[in-house]
Ligand binder design. Structure first.
Ligand code: GRF
Length: 193
């Protein structure tokens, strides 16, 4: 876990590629100002990501980087993270894999949320695979990011029951609701708050 020294603020950058519902829930949770955590920056690899609208709604700075040239994108990204004094990165539906080098620079300070009970069902099409295997339970996991996909230390998980009538869509929707509660809690846990 990350130890906080004194009364430092924790500035967070949330990385998205799409809808940004987890971004919204993180922003709203930390806007209550009960904790010294601030959503300071929204990062995306996709200029059309719907979630970028939360930058306007909540007046948070947003930046888009073209990951076709990943090295360059990460270089520019690091400059922005430094400039904004970012201590924590929350990946929330960010569809690009960060390089080993980048992850090393933020070691222990990058979280990701994944819609399965990791270590089971890493990668894409999670819900479809879970249903095909007749699993009784699924859920979501917040974990630290290391250089392997969906593999870092697990911080928190939430488990839900699967119903017979579930489809990948219904399961995804139910799990997403859990994600919105789990992610802020995992951030607090990481900082022992
Ligand atoms: C979530 O299901 C998350 O677990 C996965 O991508 C989805 C992002 O949803 N990594 P949103 O953009 O936060 O709505």
């Amino acid at each position: 876990m990350v130890r906080l020294t004194g009364f430092n603020n924790i500035n967070t950058a949330v990385f998205i590629s799409g809808t940004g519902s987890n971004l919204k829930s993180l922003i709203k949770f930390f806007k209550r100002r009960k904790y010294p955590i601030y959503t300071k920056l929204i990062i995306s690899d996709n200029s059309k990501a719907k979630g970028l609208k939360y930058g306007n709604i909540f007046k948070i700075k947003k930046k888009v980087f073209n990951f076709k040239k990943k090295n360059l994108a990460e270089k520019k990204l690091l400059v922005q993270l430094k400039k904004n004094n970012i201590q924590l990165i929350c990946l929330a539906g960010f569809m690009k894999i960060l390089s080993k080098n980048f992850v090393k620079k933020f070691k222990g300070k990058i979280l990701n949320i994944h819609p399965s009970l990791l270590p089971k069902y890493k990668g894409l099409n999670t819900h479809q695979r879970v249903l095909q295997n007749n699993e009784k339970y699924s859920g979501c996991t917040v974990h630290l990011v290391n250089s392997k996909l969906d593999s870092g230390k697990i911080i928190l998980q939430s488990k839900i029951k699967i119903y017979k009538k579930d489809t990948p869509k219904s399961l995804a929707a139910r799990i997403l609701k859990e994600e919105h509660k789990l992610y802020p809690k995992a951030v607090l846990k990481l900082f022992n708050l």
